[in-house]
Design a protein around this ligand. Sequence first.
Ligand code: FAD
Length: 520
Amino acid sequence: MATKLLLTFAICRLIVTVGLTLEPTELLRLGLTVDPVDVESASVDFGLMTKVEPLAVLHPSSAEDVAQLVKAAYESSHGFTVSARGHGHSINGQAQTGTGVVVQMSGVGSGGKPRVWGGDMYVDVWGGELWIDVLKSCLEYGLAPKSWTDYLYLSVGGTLSNAGISGQAFHHGPQISNVHELGVVTGKGELMTCSKEQNPELFHAVLGGLGQFGIITRARISLEPAPQRVRWIRVLYSNFSAFTKDQEYLISLHGNQKFDYVEGFVIVDEGLINNWRSSFFSPRNPVKISSLGSNNNGGVLYCLEITKNYHESTAETIDQEIEALLKKLNFIPTSVFTTDLPYVDFLDRVHKAELKLRSKGMWEVPHPWLNLFVPKSKIADFDRGVFKGILGNKTSGPILIYPMNKNKWDDKSSVVTPDEDVFYLVAFLRSALDNGEETQSLAYLTNQNRQILKFCDEDGIKVKQYLPHYKTQSEWKEHYGSKWDRFQRMKMKFDPRHILASGQNIFTPTFLSSSKMASW
Ligand code: FAD
C-alpha cells in the first residue's frame, strides 16, 4: 500500500514536471513506473559507455498503451521524449533518454505470443519480441524466418530499426527486406498499419529508421520451411585477395548449388583463433596461426565461415554438394574444420558464448564496437591500412568480415549503404577490459576506432557506419547523403515534435530548443 502511494506521488510529480494530460491512475494502468530498479536498467545498455536516467519507464501490454503514452507526450504542454527500448543491446545510448519515458518493449506480458500463419508463410509478432522466441514459435509449425542476426536475444523492433544482418543476407537480404507489414505508433500517437501498399512512406521510413518515425508494435515476417540440420565449415586463408575473391564468388551463386550462409572473420592475434566466436575449433586441437603461413602475411589470417542447411531426408547428398562447392575455393588445403548440428543450435550459437563470458564476468564490460559497410572496390586498401596496419597484432574481440549484394536491399528504406553492387560488413566487436593491458583498455580501443575512421576518410574509402553513432547533425547529414532530405521530411511528417528515439542524437526535441524548457 505504502509503495503504491509513493509511486502515485512520484507519478503526480512527473505529471506536473512534463505537463501530462493523463490521470495518475490511467498512467499506472498503462504500465508507467518510476521504480528505481526499472529506471536503473533503462539507463544503461550493452555498450556500457553511457548512462542516462529516464524520468519513468513504461511496460506496455498492448500497442494501444504505447499509442496513449506517445499521444500524451505529443500533446503535453511542456513536452517530453519517448524512447522505445528493445533489449537494450545498443552501444551508445541509442535507446536511452534523460528527458522523458523509456518504453520497455521486451518483457513478460507485453504484446502477446507470435501468431504463425502457416498457409501464408508469415508470422505476426509483437515489436518487443526477441528473435529467439520468434524462432521457437515458428518451429512449432516447422517454419522459420529467413534472415537472421548472429545473436537472437535482440528485439524485432530493435533490429528492424537498423537492418538486421548475418550470413544469410547475401541471399535473402537483411531482415528489413523480409517484412510484409508493420504496426507502428507514430510520434503523434497514431497507431497505423503500413506496408509497401498501405502507407508506404511510413513503412519504408521505419525500416532501418533508427526509431525516428514511430515505434514498431507489430511486424509481419516472412517464413520458409525450417531446415533440420546444418553443416558448418570453416576454412582459412593467408592471402586476402584469395579470401575476398572466394567470398564474392560464393555470394554470386543462386539456386540450390550454393551455401546458405557466408561470413568470415579476421585473425590478427594468435589467442583469438580459439576465442569466443571460434570456440568451434577443438580445444584439444588448437590451431596455430604460425603453422598456417600467416608469417608471410603480416601475421594475419582470414577465416571463411560457411554453412549448408539440410533435411535428414537429403542427408546422403549433402557431402557431395559441399565437396563440389569447396572444390572451387582457394583456401589453405589443410585448414578445413567441419561440424554438424541442429539448425536451432547453429542459429543460437552466440548465446552459448554469452553464457561462457558471463560466467567469467566478461560480458558486462564496455563494448566500444564499430561496424562499417566498406565498398568492395576498397576492401583491399582497408585490409592494408587497418587489418595489417592500425590493429597491430593484439585485439580483444572478434572482427567479422563478409560481403553482401546491394540488390537485396530496398533503396526506399532508411538505411544507407555504399554505392556499389557489393559491399562488406566489417565489424570490430571488441570488449574493453580493465586488466592493466593497455591494448585492451577502453581508451585504447576507442582511439583505434577513431584512427580507423580517419584512415578511411584520408584514403577516400567511402564507408558507411552500420548501427551508426554521431554527435552532430552535420555528421548525420553526411551519413545520409542524398537520403537526408527525405529523412528530414519524414521526421516532420511522422514525429514533428522530435520526441522519439532522441538517444540517437539526430534531431533535438522541439521543446528543448524552445524557451519553455527553462522549467526542465
Ligand atoms: P535497442 O538497443 O533496445 O534499441 C535500438 C534502437 O532501436 C533505439 O534507437 C531504440 O529506440 C529503437 N527501437 C527499439 N525498439 C524499437 C521499436 N519497437 N520500434 C522502433 N524503434 C525501436 N545486429 C545485426 O544486424 N546483426 C548481428 O549479427 C548482430 N549481433 C549482435 C550481437 C550482440 C551480442 C549485440 C549486443 C548486438 C548485435 N547486433 C547485431 C546489433 C543489434 O541489431 C542492435 O543492438 C539493435 O539495436 C537491436 O538491439 P535491441 O533490440 O536491444 O534494441
